[in-house]
Ligand binder design. Structure first.
Ligand code: CO
Length: 180
């Protein structure tokens, strides 16, 4: 499985709205496998297809919530052992609560900020077999799902900051990424 190139801010492809997947075929399976490899190599906890140059509604999410289950005897030792959920055409059906948490993004390396997200989301998606799944996720897993679905709509976490904070960070980002 090859590692894919992750697009970096301010690549305009990160700002495009992604199209739904029509058919879950071999091409999608290959993409999912390559995305998992890419995410692991970059030590990320989530990744969206548009970040690797495919403008389709596919995301992968480390199920961090699973990691915290106390009944689990063999706790994962690293992110590479955390279960990954593959989501095709994910849609948030319900959500509740709200909390701040620090977020970063593989497309904006070196930057992070506190972002307000829903605490709990009920999400529906197609798995790699093309079957519809629906579940409720909380905490970090819910946060990753919201962050990655935002990517499918061309939204970056900096867009979710207060105006003042956003303007400061964008200025900083432009200094870093537009240097040459
Ligand atoms: Co991101």
């Amino acid at each position: 499985m090859p590692s894919l190139k992750i697009l970096l801010y301010p690549d305009t492809r990160l700002r495009k709205k992604s199209a739904p997947v029509g058919k879950v075929d071999d091409g999608i399976h290959l993409l999912l496998d390559d995305m998992a490899e890419t995410m692991r190599n970059a030590e990320g906890i989530g990744l969206s297809a548009p970040q690797v140059g495919k403008n389709i509604r596919v995301i992968i999410v480390c199920d961090a919530e699973d990691e915290e289950k106390p009944e689990e005897k063999n706790l994962p030792e690293s992110a590479s052992e955390t279960p990954v959920i593959e989501m095709i055409n994910p849609v948030i059906k319900n959500s509740s609560g709200g909390e701040y948490g620090t977020e970063g993004c593989l497309s904006i390396p070196g930057f992070s900020a506190g972002v307000k997200r829903k605490e709990s989301v009920e999400v529906e998606w197609l798995n790699r077999n093309g079957d519809l799944e629906r579940t409720e996720k909380q905490g970090l897993t819910a946060r990753i799902i919201q962050h990655e679905i935002d990517h499918l709509d061309g939204i970056l976490f900096v867009d979710r900051l207060s105006r003042l904070k956003r303007e400061m960070m964008l200025k900083d980002m432009d200094r870093t990424f537009l240097r040459d």
